[in-house]
Design a protein around this ligand. Structure first.
Ligand code: AMP
Length: 260
């Protein structure tokens, strides 16, 4: 008699390997403005292959190029409101089809509305990604202080904080020596508008994702260094099967709260 259960087991492993090779992870970094998404997106490239896709950075790029998209969104972005769903969806769908996304992507600042979340789930099916939400949980009270102390390198995009993560020389990027800038939308009145938009439009997405089978990982986004938070996120992604355990071997991973 052939060993049916062993054969079924082998088949199942093959199936899982096939799925893993077909579906690259699309990590959705979720959290309010100032929760550390941008910093984590850059650090996470140590355990996750694939580009950091930030709709905010893409839009700022259009503004600095002065093209039609840039001219159209400039006013909306300065005020802290959101650009249209159609534009955000279009930018992401186009970007996901680039060759460098074949091993996975890190999404930062997208989706920001329920509409965008629904469109993203369709896109991930169409383009064969396995979505997973990483929610960086931070204390709301600390956000305004954190955001108004934020500085960015206009050349390489590295983010600093004058209080928690300052550059070695004040006002100068450690990596390329450029003078750091405060983003227009990190000014205090605009920060309040951005937080309001987050509460109204973006936070409800969490509830939306909870009703799907998208894995959701919750990580405390404060009280640890950015490096330690990155290690927790990588460990949680490996524990939920989204990235290979070998990708985090070099990192000492701590516990994280994972819901599948
Ligand atoms: P961020 O760099 O992600 O904080 O985004 C900066 C600004 O870009 C936001 O305040 C919005 O005006 C705009 N923006 C970025 N991503 C989106 C998105 N997914 N949907 C709508 N507006 C966005």
């Amino acid at each position: 008699m052939p060993d049916v259960s062993a054969a079924a087991g082998v088949q199942r492993v093959k199936y899982l390997e096939e799925q893993a090779s077909k579906f690259a992870p699309a990590v959705i970094l979720f959290g309010s403005p100032g929760s550390g998404k941008g910093t984590q997106a850059k650090l996470l490239r140590r355990c996750l292959q694939g580009p950091h896709i930030s709709t905010g950075d893409m839009l700022r790029q259009h503004i600095s190029e002065g093209d039609e998209i840039g001219r159209n969104v400039q006013g909306v972005m300065k005020s802290g409101r959101l650009v249209s769903d159609d534009l955000a969806n279009h930018l992401v769908e186009e970007r996901l089809q680039h060759d460098d996304c074949s091993s996975g992507v890190i999404l930062d600042g997208y989706p920001r509305t329920i509409n965008q979340a629904g469109v993203l789930l369709e896109m991930t099916k169409r383009h064969r990604f396995q979505p997973a939400v990483v929610h960086l949980v931070v204390d709301y009270e600390k956000i305004v202080a954190r955001l108004s102390g934020r500085r960015q390198c206009p050349v390489c995009g590295t983010l600093y904080s004058v209080t928690t993560n300052p550059p070695k020389i004040a006002g100068i990027c450690d990596l390329d020596g450029a003078a750091l800038v405060t983003r227009e939308d990190d000014r205090e009145s605009v920060i309040r508008e951005r937080l309001e938009q987050y509460e109204l439009q973006t936070r409800p997405i969490l509830e939306y994702f909870r009703q799907t089978d998208v894995p959701m990982i919750e990580i405390d986004g404060q009280g640890s260094t950015p490096e330690e938070i990155m290690q927790q996120v990588c460990g949680a992604l490996a524990a939920s099967g989204l990235i290979a355990a070998s990708a985090v071997d070099a990192l000492s991973c701590s516990e994280a709260n994972v819901r599948q």
